[in-house]
Design a protein around this ligand. Structure first.
Ligand code: DGT
Length: 218
């Protein structure tokens, strides 16, 4: 078990929309001494009755700033959450929100440069003033066409308008951030898994990460 003064070994699970982050977290349900923090999508879909995710997709120019501001808050909450186990596995992070989504929304014109500047200032402030622990990033690397098909199949109502090019751009931003290291700061070593594999093969692929994630828990 974790001692009070020891911080948990902290892992971010990153990857495109539909790359299987939730399924990856579910794989680790079977292990003790690990806390799984799923992304607060439900909070984004219901803030005092408002569906911010839907508003953002329907009218990004109007709602992207508001949405990203709330994403930052909910992500920060996850980063700062005290947990009782020696390992913490988190779906996404404040870093992918900034380097992938905010970047994308700036580039496609959904965010005005002035709005981007404010989000960037907040991000820099948080990074420098609030401890955010990161020990490992698991990157679920997937082909955009594959995640496009999965998103269509899972039919989350807000995402039905997401075009393939949006996923291609997001994929490239993940690559630039985590592989090419040409975008922002990569806060931890990256383990790349093949997230194109289908259900029958993916468990074996997930197992490849167990040793690195659980070594602190065993
Ligand atoms: P999974 O399990 O890999 O299929 O994961 P998803 O697709 O459930 O989770 P994720 O984080 O890729 O995305 C959930 C939805 O929220 C999706 O429509 C993209 C959107 N989203 C997540 N983070 C951000 C963000 O920072 N900004 C914007 N604009 N959208 C975001």
């Amino acid at each position: 078990m974790n001692t009070i003064n020891q911080r948990p070994f902290t892992v971010f699970v990153e990857g495109n929309i539909g790359s299987g982050k939730t399924t990856f977290l579910e794989h680790f349900h079977q292990f003790e001494d690990i806390t799984l923090l799923t992304e607060p999508v439900d909070e984004w879909r219901n803030l005092k009755g408002w569906n911010l995710l839907d508003l953002m997709y329907k009218d990004p120019k109007k709602w992207a700033m508001t949405f990203q501001s709330y994403v930052s808050l909910t992500m920060l909450n996850m980063h700062r959450k005290a947990i009782p186990t020696p390992v913490k596995l988190m779906e996404r992070s404040i870093f992918s929100a900034r380097y992938c989504f905010v970047e994308q929304l700036l580039r496609n014109g959904s965010l005005h440069p002035a709005q981007f500047a404010i989000l960037d200032e907040w991000f820099n402030f948080i990074q420098h003033q609030i401890p955010i622990e990161a020990d490992l990033i698991v990157y679920l690397k997937a082909t955009p066409a594959v995640v496009y098909d999965r998103i269509k199949k899972r039919a989350r109502s807000e995402e039905q308008c997401v075009p393939l090019c949006y996923l291609e751009n997001l994929h490239q931003l993940h690559e630039d951030w985590l592989i090419n290291k040409t975008l922002g700061e990569c806060p931890a070593p990256v383990l790349v898994l093949d997230a194109d594999l289908d259900h029958s093969e993916i468990t074996e692929e997930y197992k490849r990460s167990e040793h690195q994630i659980l070594r602190k828990a065993v």
